[in-house]
Design a protein around this ligand. Structure first.
Ligand SMILES: Cc1cc2nc3c(=O)[nH]c(=O)nc-3n(C[C@H](O)[C@H](O)[C@H](O)COP(=O)(O)OP(=O)(O)OC[C@H]3O[C@@H](n4cnc5c(N)ncnc54)[C@H](O)[C@@H]3O)c2cc1C
Length: 450
């Protein structure tokens, strides 16, 4: 008999991991605190869209479910920046149309993953909140959220895929020498909607991630397959132009009229949505170790990150890829597997956590700066001239599967090169290619050799 594996949390990584464990012959069950969202409507303001990219897609391909996902994604080729004047600037994400990110509704993705898990024989228990876990006996405490009934469950192996507020991690906090840090941003986010036009079509460019960058805050919009856009407003919690200040319908309306006039025209239900939907907080969580006894943390439970690189989900899915590769190599020697998993991943999840915080400034502020846009053009020109050597940081993170820590380190080297090469020039034609080539040869080994 193979060890029984219990996953806590049927969000995004739980069902994906469960499918793969089931395929390898393990008895796997998932306990999820929420009701089954395929039968019960999810609450307003909890259906944001996510950008799915190469790392996430790879994991879905490995599980054999990527093809079935294609009907619920919309490829986004670049950023469409909206100035206050309404002027639009498009900036491609990748070197060509093969490098796109994919807008997907979190709810649709979650439901598709749960369907696939059940089709593979995984049992998901809904309304089952994990309220405790005894590390010594590997016994879970579960409470039925509808009936308040409590019961205990022993499992050979427990994996906490229960997200940023993980109950399993909460138990680790009670153990000696567990390291933990959480850093909230002073910013919150609110989900809003741009409805479809009367023909059910998108009212603005479909294949783009729209951004209204305004320095200290921003609005973004990702396309949905039903013609709507899922928008997110990022704003400080307190101070001028903050959620605290926008406390009446009139203030919200005036704020949008001043800062996002073109978006306002597309949002007839703005003020209703604004006050109906909750304001979310964003946190970076780092902790170690990720495992104790028979239990492991994976995904946001081990490393929650802020959403500005669009990588939280992709990173959680990459955790699954790495975990399963190790399982196939080492076998179910759990202590060794957990240790190897953490040492392979932690350095990389720390890197993407830091890159995600950095990218917030880029998205809300720098994307509107002409010098920044010029540097992006130079990056693409360098990539075209030195393919496989100079690969922009955004591309390494989003379109490649090089370890995040490598992307971060090379990104720093490339930033220095760009600063030097772009100094005193205003067009790609003025680039000193001889100097660029010498720098690339000296400082960047081919990405494929890493
Ligand atoms: C505003 C925003 C935008 C984002 N945009 C992107 C993006 O564009 N691209 C991207 O890659 N990532 C993005 N992310 C991050 C992404 O959503 C997460 O990284 C991802 O959901 C992590 O998956 P997970 O399985 O670890 O956790 P989750 O998906 O959070 O799943 C955890 C599950 O555990 C359940 N649970 C929690 N506690 C318990 C308990 N005690 N007992 C039982 N069940 C429990 C929860 O109900 C949930 O179903 C974004 C996040 C936010 C907040």
């Amino acid at each position: 008999m193979k060890d029984t594996i219990t996953l806590i949390g049927s969000g995004l990584s739980g069902p994906l991991l469960a499918i793969e464990l089931k395929k390898r012959g393990f008895p796997v069950e998932i306990h999820e605190r929420r009701p089954d969202m395929r039968r019960v409507q999810i609450s307003a303001g909890r259906s944001i869209n996510l950008a799915l990219s190469t790392r996430g897609i790879h994991a879905l391909q490995q599980a054999g479910i990527w093809d079935s996902m294609k009907k619920i994604i919309i490829p986004m080729k670049g950023r469409m920046m909206h100035a206050v004047s309404g002027e639009l600037t498009f900036q491609r994400y990748g070197k060509d149309d093969t490098e796109v990110i994919n807008s997907i509704s979190r709810a649709e993705l979650n439901m598709a993953l749960m369907n696939a898990a059940e089709e593979n024989g995984v049992r998901i228990h809904f309304n089952q909140r994990c309220t405790g876990y005894d590390v010594r006996s590997s016994t879970l405490e579960l409470r039925n959220e509808e009936t308040s009934e409590e019961h205990k469950l022993e499992s050979d192996i427990v994996i906490g895929t229960d997200g940023s507020a993980s109950a399993i991690r909460q138990e680790f906090l009670k153990l000696p020498r567990f390291n933990f840090s959480q850093q909230y941003l002073d910013y919150g986010y609110k989900e809003l909607t741009i409805p479809a036009d009367p023909n059910g079509e998108h009212q603005i460019e479909t294949h783009a991630l729209h951004i209204w960058p305004r320095g200290n805050y921003m609005l973004i919009a990702l396309p949905n397959i039903d013609g709507t856009f899922a928008c997110i407003l990022f704003l400080p919690f307190e101070g001028p132009d903050s959620f605290a200040e926008l406390n009446t319908e009139q203030r919200v309306y005036t704020f949008f009229e001043t800062n996002f006039p073109d978006a306002l025209r597309l949002m007839p239900q703005l003020t209703g949505n604004f006050f109906l939907n909750p304001t979310g907080a964003m946190v970076t969580i780092k902790c170690a170790p990720w495992h104790h006894g028979s239990a492991l943390l994976l995904g946001d439970a081990a490393h929650a990150i802020v959403p500005f690189f669009g990588q939280g989900l992709n990173c959680a899915f990459e955790d699954c890829t790495v975990f399963l590769d190790l399982l196939d190599r080492i076998g179910p020697d759990w202590p060794e597997l957990f240790t190897e998993f953490e040492s392979a991943r932690k350095v990389n999840t720390d890197s993407i956590a830091d890159l995600a915080v950095e990218n917030f400034v880029e998205m809300r502020d720098r994307v509107a700066d002409p010098r920044f846009l010029f540097r992006k053009k130079v990056e693409l020109a360098l990539e075209a001239r030195f393919p496989g050597h100079f690969v922009p940081k955004y591309a390494m993170v989003t379109f490649h599967r090089v370890p995040y820590s490598v992307a971060e380190a090379r990104g720093k080297v490339q930033d220095r090169m760009l600063a030097e090469l772009c100094d005193n020039i205003n067009s790609v034609e003025q680039l000193n290619w001889t100097k660029a080539e010498a720098m690339v040869n000296r400082e960047l080994q081919p990405l494929g050799n890493i």
